[in-house]
Design a binder for this molecule. Structure first.
Ligand code: CS2
Length: 506
């Protein structure tokens, strides 16, 4: 017989019995919404939502509930709704598994279907934070970091905002607000802030938690680009954002693999209830947040987050060491026939490139944050990758390469080239990505599915004779910056890597 579905009622009827299973650290029934999170995927539910719950539990504050917003699909909102927002985190260490039910998610909405709820909650005076994990591609940016106004969804959001702001010519909606669906995170943020400004103008903090360099500034620039595209009607709103909205930079870290049926069965056995919104994660979790807030925030430091004036050293180390090595291992490992990261990282050929990337190419570009030993950090990262319990696939990391590689590999390459050194491991990683795109299969013939917003552009560049593959892919300017693209020594290394890997894959 299947177990009852997780909900407030069934959890009360079937409270956790096992030592390794915990119920919510807050009382969901007494928790009001103070945060809107855009992109309520697995990572947010395993990371920021857990920090927020633990912070609220530590202080007893009851206003840090989260409205989770999905933007690409209603699936997560549909999973959380019947569960009263409850979900659980299955933490998989090498030799220990635990499960906790999280009670801070106090609502879930699909942006396109429930825009008014989302925008009005952003505007609510009880809301003090809008956070986001929509992935690098979710921000609809051009390669220069501006809003991609050619994006049809963003263009639609912009048009609706123009009409809302133009209604009174006062730069605020003046209460003239359209019920139209919002289609993009940045569009929803702009329209929600417009309502907040026109209703009361209370300050608010936007906390971006995506793997992008200077992520808070990225969102601030995007929002300003959208508002400036509206024109003069948005001038008062832009001025208010400049004085009343803050965009701290953050670094986030927790490996959160896709949830499998095996994970679900394990969680049901532990909890005695079925959780359709289960997330899985490693034990390690880290959050570094710039101390730059417009108003109230959860006491995240009480939950172990680091609040600091300068996030950059932490962010640079994580994006280039962890995420850079992750991508190297993913592409090289996938081509060599490894479905799982924990297998690939133990392959000597893959390990050698990952270590060379981290030691010889990334480390010289870093200013290590105080107290961080980079050699120990490297070993800890490789140890985390080798944890077979998390079940992270090479394909999951290989996704969205056109969005990830500029940040986590090519930025390192650009710095090393400027320093007069050709980064061979970075070149090898780019070569592996190119063969991954061009062949779409590994050395055993297993298909390697290309999941990338620029898939058509990449496939077009990959078309043609193998001898020119490296040069054609280096010309994809949305991915490869000119300083890297035009460097003969780097091009030569990438060509060599491509030819080696084409021979490997056949
Ligand atoms: C991974 C990240 O899928 C990927 O690209 O590199 O999701 C990685 O697992 C997280 O950044 C770890 O904090």
């Amino acid at each position: 017989m299947s177990a009852p579905r997780l909900s407030l009622r069934t959890l009360a009827e079937h409270p956790p019995q096992r030592a390794e299973v915990r119920g919510p650290a807050v009382d969901p029934a007494r928790t009001g919404i103070g945060i809107v999170h855009l992109g309520v995927g697995a990572f947010h539910r395993a990371h920021q939502a857990v920090f927020t719950e633990d912070a609220a539990a530590a202080t007893g504050e009851e206003g840090w509930g989260i409205l989770g917003v999905t933007q690409r699909s209603p699936r997560v909102a549909e999973q959380l709704g019947p569960q009263d927002g409850l979900y659980s985190v299955l933490t998989k260490g090498r030799d220990h598994t635990s499960l906790r039910v999280v009670g801070s998610m106090r609502g879930a909405a699909f942006l396109q279907a429930e825009a008014s709820l989302v925008l009005d909650t952003i505007a609510a005076p009880t809301t003090h934070v809008v956070s986001s994990t929509v992935s690098e591609k979710g921000y609809r940016r051009t390669s220069s970091g501006r809003p991609d106004l050619e994006d049809p969804d963003l263009a639609t959001d912009l048009d609706v905002l123009r009409r809302e702001l133009g209604a009174r010519g006062t730069g605020s909606t003046g209460g003239w607000e359209l019920p139209d669906a919002a289609r993009t995170p940045i569009g929803a943020l702009a329209r929600g802030l417009a309502r907040r400004f026109s209703r009361h103008g209370a300050p608010l903090t936007v906390v971006c938690c995506d793997n992008m360099t200077d992520n808070g500034r990225v969102v601030a620039l995007l929002l300003d680009g959208v508002l400036s595209a509206v024109g003069s009607d948005a001038a008062p709103l832009r001025a208010w954002v400049a004085t009343s909205v803050r965009f701290p930079v953050t670094m986030v870290d927790r490996i959160t693999p896709a949830t499998t049926d095996a994970h679900r069965a394990e969680a049901t056995a532990l909890l005695g209830l079925e959780d359709h919104a289960l997330v899985v994660a490693e034990p390690f979790s880290q959050w570094v947040i710039e101390d730059d807030f417009a108003g109230p925030r959860p006491a995240w430091e009480r939950a172990g987050a680091r609040i600091t004036a300068d996030v950059a050293p932490w962010e640079q180390a994580k994006l280039r060491m962890l995420n850079g090595a992750h991508s190297a291992i993913a592409y090289l490992g996938a081509l060599r026939g490894h479905a799982m990261i924990d297998e690939a990282v133990l392959d000597p050929e893959v390990d050698a490139v990952a270590r060379r990337l981290m030691d010889e190419e990334v480390t010289p570009t870093l200013t290590p944050p105080e107290g961080l030993d980079l050699a120990a950090y490297r070993e800890e990262i490789l140890e985390r990758f080798a944890n077979p319990s998390t079940g992270y696939t090479t394909l999951q990391v290989a996704g969205d390469g056109s969005q990830k590689l500029p940040i986590r590999i090519l930025a390192t390459a650009a710095d090393r080239l400027e320093a007069g050194s050709v980064p061979v491991a970075a070149a090898r990683t780019m070569a592996a990505w190119m063969v991954f795109v061009a062949r779409g299969r590994d050395r055993t013939g297993r298909e390697l599915r290309l999941d990338d917003p620029l898939a058509d552009r990449l496939r077009a560049a990959a078309e043609g004779d193998d001898s020119g593959l490296a040069d054609r892919m280096l010309e994809v300017e949305q991915v490869v910056p000119a300083t890297v693209r035009e460097h003969d020594g780097f091009r030569a290394e990438v060509r060599t890597g491509v030819q080696d890997l084409l021979r490997l894959v056949g």
